[in-house]
Design a protein around this ligand. Structure first.
Ligand code: RNT
Ligand code: ZN
Length: 412
């Protein structure tokens, strides 16, 4: 008997079908963020990262051009099993040499190489307007700015991005999730909390009043609690974003680095699923603050995965990664993070879910604890290896990445 066959028997004894789990895992799609490859710099403005987020570290080999980033993405994707989408930011526009194009004037043609890239690989593209790292961000404000010209610029950016998102969907044949996140906020206690939010609301309305095909583009809105240098007030707070998404019929997005440390996104998932056809996630790892460390197979990642699976919502949750580590090999960071999230999904799919739900309805928490602790040492590793084998993916990615590092990255 192979290790997988033995594992399959062990899971069977708990009433878990590993074949069913593997099938579901294969169909689960993860939208992989492009910005792990270049520390969130992008190609249009090439400004240093602003907006209260930070990529720390100076590991060699950062992708500096679209070609380098595409090559790195290719390597990362070849080492990640399962269905993937590419998640792009507007700042990754590819603008011809000698031209400058404002973010308010971006066009689908500035993303043509990305579409070609995606089409060749048979994947869809998700998209994000980039409301940071740009000279038109004034005093850390964009869509909520009291300056009409600043607000106008960023509204036009949002509208331009809707068209680009639609173009991605049309070209790839896969709907595009377009996520809006603004960094707007204040370092110190504001004198007026209402007006910036009222302006943000009006700006969003103007962007979303632009007709777009709702079957092709899912607009999501991401909330946040604070940013670096923006500690006292965030315009797009949780309450603002949830209420706005609900009123406007768009999709709420939760980033698990964007809440107070004892608040858990896993617990919020079922609540939002009761009131939304679709929800969206940015899966990250915050260490003491919204540090965007690489996702690992930790308790909260498993708990997030469990909630998606238990709510039978793999097709209702847009799952995306969002982290940026510049202190280690960036490709390894990509692969480790996305694989960890997939392992968490597999872990969730291998739980004796029906049995545990029944135990809960009977008030039998003794057995729930017993079972969930037993499952922690069940042979998930053997099922994971079987998955990699079936997907034709190398189990040990480190050697491949090390070789690429010495041959390619260190020559940059
Ligand atoms: C910032 C948000 C946002 C960004 C990306 C680059 O706190 O999480 O999603 O990380 O858009
Ligand atoms: Zn995020």
């Amino acid at each position: 008997m192979t290790r997988y066959e033995e594992a399959r028997k062990i899971y069977e004894s708990y009433g878990v079908d590993t074949e069913k789990a593997l099938k579901k895992l294969k169909d689960a799609c993860i939208s992989v963020h492009c910005w792990q490859g270049d520390d969130v710099i992008g190609f249009d403005a090439r400004e240093s990262l602003s907006g209260g987020i930070q990529a720390t570290g100076n590991y060699p080999g950062r992708a500096r051009t679209p070609e380098e980033l595409m090559a790195d993405i290719d390597l990362a994707f070849s080492l990640i099993p399962g269905k993937k989408k590419l998640n792009l930011h507007a700042s990754y526009a590819i603008i011809p040499e000698g031209e400058t194009v404002g973010r308010n004037a971006l066009l689908p043609e500035h993303f043509k190489p990305w579409v070609e890239f995606a089409k060749k690989r048979g994947i869809g593209i998700d998209f994000n307007p980039t409301f940071f790292s740009h000279p038109m961000v004034k005093d850390n404000l964009t869509l909520s700015s009291p300056d009409d010209s600043v607000r106008r610029y960023w509204i036009d950016h949002g509208i331009a991005c809707l068209k680009i998102a639609e173009y991605f969907a049309t070209e790839t044949g896969v709907p595009c999730v377009m996520n809006i996140w603004i960094p707007d906020g204040y370092k110190d206690i504001p004198a007026d909390r209402l007006s910036p939010r009222a302006r943000f609301k009006a700006s969003l309305d103007e962007i979303l009043d632009t007709p777009y095909d709702k079957k092709k583009v899912y607009v999501t809105l991401e909330s946040k609690v604070f940013g670096i240098g923006l500690e006292s007030y965030t315009v797009g707070s949780a309450e603002f974003c949830l209420s706005y998404s609900d009123k406007r019929g768009i999709t709420p997005l939760m980033d698990n680095g964007h809440y107070h440390p004892t608040e858990l996104v896993s617990d919020k998932i079922p609540s939002l699923l009761l009131f939304n056809e679709k929800i969206a996630l940015h899966v990250t790892r915050s260490v003491r603050w919204d540090s965007d460390h690489v996702v690992i197979l930790d308790d909260e990642t498993k708990e997030i995965a469990k909630e998606i699976v238990r709510c039978d919502a793999l097709d209702r949750v847009f799952i995306a990664t969002d982290y940026f580590d510049a202190s280690i090999n960036r490709i390894s960071a990509w692969v480790t993070g996305v694989r960890s999230l997939e392992k968490a999904l597999l872990y969730a799919l291998l739980q004796p879910e029906e049995k545990m739900k029944k135990l809960q309805s009977e008030g039998n928490f003794t057995e729930i604890m017993y079972l969930s602790e037993e499952m922690k040492t069940a042979p998930i590793g053997d099922v994971w290896q079987e998955y990699l084998k079936r997907e034709g993916i190398a189990p040990d990615y480190l050697e491949i990445i090390k070789k690429y590092e010495s041959e390619v990255l260190l020559n940059r």
